[in-house]
Design a protein around this ligand. Structure first.
Ligand SMILES: *Cc1c(COP(=O)(O)O)cnc(C)c1O
Length: 387
């Protein structure tokens, strides 16, 4: 083994010894409330497919149609010739959907957040980032070369004090709207008020809120009844909407600036047109089938009530994400393995995704689950965990 490969082997052995080595499963079915692994059926509480759309017949049909009409690849970056009618239609639809003036499609949520922060904030900027933000907001802030200050999770007083001190030309507050590993909702009205008071942009990552929160599933802005030209709203098409890609919505000047300056937009092949058409079909379905949201909300209420009754301590969450913090990485892995043996797929989330000592089972609920499936999971959790 070469010296460099030897270093990697040591690093891997170290991860293994600390129970931090990740192993991928191979799922041999489509994504859904039930999946198959090695031919064995598992009740799936691990996906972000919150509305059960990843393998929905209407979306599959939309994908087939899109391939027939638009082909499989965009063939170029959007500023060259890859911006097809499918992308244009989806951008108009997402602007309408989010209640903001303009929208722009990106290859993924990860690419969108890197692109936004690096395009908006340069060396003369100051980014304020919630300490529990998703990795791509953290990486986007780093890439921007702005001064970056992490503020304590959801702490508006601490953020206000930090913003008062800042003398930067450009200020940006960045926050997950729904936190991906805790499932809690950011104090968005308070964040927006601070951005107004201190003339700052507010970047909101609604990866886990869109399609879940708000009376019609439009997400965290609908949940709070908010809109503002300061808001830079990002959501992925890969979670509740069941497909792949992402969009950013906001003020016309903002979107035009991203078209001119967001490097992950400019220097990357445009999204396959099928992804744009599948996203439109998902929005159509969300509006046409009110049962989807109602079912997800019933499952959330049933899970929360059954956990409380069974003595399972969950973090408070009105979203589809329900963490059960165990603490120790090894104990969390063992609990996940025990559940897996009984036919439940629930991921063990460990550092560095979450802080040391807060390893957890992360239950995610879907409109595609039934009440009986949710109750069976809670019964298993009670058997394993309740003191
Ligand atoms: C999943 C996720 C992303 C990344 O979105 P992709 O489209 O999967 O790249 C960004 N932010 C948060 C909070 C996420 O959970």
């Amino acid at each position: 083994m070469s010296r460099l490969a030897g270093r990697l082997a040591e690093g891997l052995a170290d991860l293994q010894s600390r129970d931090l080595k990740r192993a991928r499963r191979v799922i041999d079915s489509p994504q859904g409330a039930w999946v198959s692994e090695g031919g064995r059926a598992l009740a799936n509480f691990s996906s972000n497919d919150y509305l059960g759309l990843a393998n929905h017949a209407r979306l599959r049909a939309a994908a087939h149609r899109a391939i027939d009409e638009h082909g499989v690849g965009a063939g170029a970056s959007p500023l060259v010739s890859g911006n097809l009618a499918a992308h244009d239609a989806a951008e108009r639809r997402f602007a309408q959907f989010s209640g903001l003036p303009r929208a722009l499609l990106f290859g993924s949520g990860y690419a969108a957040n890197l692109g936004i922060l690096a395009a908006l904030a340069g060396r003369d900027a100051h980014i304020f980032s919630d300490e529990l933000n998703h990795a791509c907001l953290i990486d986007g802030a780093r890439l921007s070369r702005a001064q970056v200050t992490r503020f304590p999770h959801g702490d508006l007083d601490a953020l206000a004090a930090l913003m008062r001190e800042s003398r930067a030309q450009v200020r940006v507050v960045a926050s997950d709207a729904v936190f991906s590993m805790d499932g809690d909702i950011a104090p968005v009205p308070g964040l927006l008020a601070l951005c107004e008071a201190h003339d700052a942009w507010l970047v909101l990552d609604d990866a886990h809120g869109m399609g879940v929160l708000g009376a019609t599933g439009r997400g965290t802005l609908e949940h709070f009844g908010l809109g503002s030209p300061r808001i830079i709203y990002m959501a992925t098409l890969g979670k509740a909407l069941g497909g792949y890609g992402a969009f950013v919505a906001g003020a016309p000047e903002l979107i035009e600036w991203l078209v001119q300056r967001a490097r992950t937009y400019i220097y990357s092949t445009a999204l396959p047109p099928m992804c744009a058409m599948v996203a439109i079909a998902a929005l159509d379905l969300l509006d046409a089938d009110r049962e989807l949201l109602a079912s997800l909300r019933s499952r959330i209420a049933e899970f929360t009530a059954a956990c409380a009754e069974g003595g399972i301590a969950t973090l408070p969450s009105a979203t589809a994400i329900h963490p059960i913090v165990i603490g120790d990485a090894h104990a969390t892995l063992e609990a996940a393995a025990w559940l897996h043996q009984r036919g439940f797929l629930v991921p063990a989330i460990r550092p560095p995704t979450v802080a040391e000592g807060t390893s957890r089972l992360r239950v995610s609920l879907s409109a595609a689950h039934t009440r009986v499936e949710v109750q069976a999971l809670v019964a298993a959790l009670v058997e394993r965990l309740a003191a």
